[in-house]
Design a protein around this ligand. Structure first.
Ligand code: SAH
Length: 271
């Protein structure tokens, strides 16, 4: 083992076991566009663009917006969603905006007998796995989509909330939840972390030898039968399968303890 110039053994640094996974999601969701019907607040348009970028949805279309203040939209979109804002188009009416789509999904906070059967976002996401051009329609902040608007939709989704009194979500948060469910249904969940390769028994037993010597040296284990008492410590480690790196780390800790006992004897502990 290499020693540092101060005589201390080099610390065993735990190395990250996983690299950032940059694999794309299983099924792209870019065939699903977001239409904001008569949005009132540019901040919500920007935040909706960000939700689209976060969840990999398609384009953003706004119908008859009250204002399009660039500065306010860009502030909530942030740089991540700048390309979505760049590609945003403005349509004069909802009916016209819907022309290119094969499937039209409306969203509403309110249930009502005239609003037709509502489904939840999770079920909708399972139904939208095929890459068919689809529009997700969101209503204005104050009033939501009218019954007439909803008549233009083939499916109507309501995100469940804790109680009917709190059923109204912020517009951009509604976009995010829809995008999230669509992403998850398409296999967008991060892959299972790679299982840790357990260390060989040789590495494990070498570490236990080191641990036994160290705990005996500091008087934690009785010198006459340390193996018996070490069993209680081993039980803790045996609950998880230690990797080679973890065994090396524990060996490093033991060596450091023995070095400290030998060299720092009589010194006051710091702090
Ligand atoms: N006050 C309106 C809510 C408008 S919120 C109302 O009571 O209907 C603006 C938009 O966000 C809604 O038109 C809808 O598109 C979306 N939204 C808000 N809450 C939602 C929910 N619980 N489920 C689905 N969409 C929702």
């Amino acid at each position: 083992m290499s020693n540092r110039s101060d005589g201390k053994p080099a610390a065993n640094r735990a190395r990250p076991e996983h690299k950032l996974d940059r694999r794309p999601m299983a099924i792209p969701r870019s065939h699903i566009d977001v239409i904001l019907n008569e949005p009132q607040k540019p901040e919500n348009i920007g935040a909706a663009a960000r939700a689209i970028a976060n969840t990999g949805l398609g384009r953003l279309i706004v119908v008859n917006p009250r204002t399009l203040n660039r500065e306010l939209m860009e502030a909530t979109a942030t740089v991540h969603a700048a390309p979505i804002l760049e590609g945003m188009t403005v349509a004069p009416s909802l009916r016209e905006a819907l022309n290119p789509y094969r499937v039209v999904v409306g969203t509403t906070a309110r249930a009502g007998s005239r609003r037709g059967p509502l489904i939840g976002p999770r079920r909708l996401a399972r139904e939208l796995l095929d890459p068919i051009p689809t529009a997700l329609v969101f209503g204005p902040e104050r009033m939501g989509l009218s019954t007439e608007d909803l008549r233009l939709c083939q499916k109507v989704v309501r995100v469940p909330t804790a109680s009917p009194d709190t059923s109204s979500l912020n517009l951009a948060q509604a976009v995010l939840i829809m995008g999230y469910e669509l992403l998850m249904a398409a296999g967008g969940e991060p892959p299972e972390p790679r299982p840790i390769q357990p260390a060989s028994q040789m590495a494990v037993n070498l570490m236990y030898d080191e641990l036994e010597d160290t705990l005996t040296a500091i008087g934690f284990l009785p010198a006459d039968n340390p193996g018996h008492w070490l069993m209680n410590v081993k039980k803790i480690f045996n609950r998880s399968l230690l990797s080679k790196g973890e065994c090396d780390l524990l060996m490093g800790i033991c060596r450091q303890i023995r070095w400290a006992v030998k060299n720092l004897d009589g010194l006051e502990p710091k702090g």
